[in-house]
Design a protein around this ligand. Sequence first.
Ligand code: NAG
Length: 447
Amino acid sequence: MAGGVVLVSSSIVRPVRSSQSDRTKIHLTPFDLSLLQFDYPQRGLLFSKPDSDFHLISRLKDSLSLALEIYFPFAGRLVKTENLEDDTVSFFIDCDGSGARFLHAEATSVSVSDFLQPDGSVPDFMKYFFPADDFKSCDGVSVPLLAIQVTEMTDGVFISFCYNHMVADGVSMWSFFHTWSKICSSGSGFNHKPLVLKGWFLEGIDYPIHIPVSETERSPPSRELSSVPITKEWIFHFSKKNIIDLKAKANSEVASSDMEVSSLQVVSAHMWRSIIRHSGVSRERETHCKIVVDLRQRVNPPLEKDCFGNMVYLTSAITTVEELLDRGLGEAALQIRKLVSSQTNDTCKRLAEDWFRNVKNLKSGIGSKVGDTIVVASSPRFDVYNKDFGWGKPIAIRAGPSNSISGKLSLFQGINEGSIDIQATLWEDVIVKLLADVEFLEHVTTA
Ligand SMILES: *[C@@H]1O[C@H](CO)[C@@H](O)[C@H](O)[C@H]1NC(C)=O
């Protein structure tokens, strides 16, 4: 490690009792497998420092072991099998109780105030506060599906994690994290209802799915492509008032439509237009706004609302740069709104079938690297500030550097009710221009 972060210990934490007798296999859907070349998402929560008699590390590890007993898929491994008859491979998750990685680190010269820069910038050293910054989903055959890093600072502690996105999505990850924090704060396990796995819900598609070997060869990490300019990260804050104003503006611009746009849609639209305005992409080119869709309640029959697994996929609102900029905020937000409401049972199932019939382009990962795309990841709907491990609630949330393309936005609940924080990964010159853009800053602050 570097950036003032020193590794103290690295260990594997296993579920308390892992029963090998009913070893579950999780079969992977097109929605899972399309993420084969995605980096493990990384998130972390900043806390003040507990008293030393809290026994932070041992309590976190003991409670993690209990939490992994409930959330056993995180303790499993990805298994790859070769299909010699057609030169393809298949994957499944073997819930074998192998365990999760637990890193304990120290950054004795870093304080909470170094972390939370008043100008909204994200310090470079932060990347060392996250575990495993180069794992891709397909690496899950040899590395854990979940890694945790606990970094003790002078006056704070950062608890971060990364996970294989084929095992879980944000909904499942945060519910695991919540359970872990509750076990840790209460000092014991509790009667958690058994995990409901998603099961196989794609009639007409046989598992395991066959994937051409060439699509599973590891693509280089996006950050190491030398042709791509350096990205920087910045925190943008939308207050409740900013969001109300933006919504009013958007809804008045498209008053003829009977659809109201949501906070999330209008904030995404504002970021999309503002970033693309400064992206240098020519006006006749296409631009994409990729959003995450949860299919649990969209498929018919619906899946259980909080069932465990990865039940999301990315879909794109597409327009030209010219149209995006000329038509205004309301149209952009409405386009996102319409995209979301068009994701029905048929759309989801057809998407899965098309993917299944023609597996390709896995290596492109999260998306275009030419600055014409924004990816709206994470969600302000995840309750992150109620995660209390026993000495108080988090102070801030951050995303790690994985899946970094210019245009990656991680949306989080803000600390004040009704507000939204965005951690944006952008080329440096785009950030400089955004920070000087009066129209953009009318509805955003950076601290
Ligand atoms: C859901 O979509 C699939 C695929 O288009 C279709 O076969 C199925 O009948 C749909 N289910 C319902 C209940 O509409």
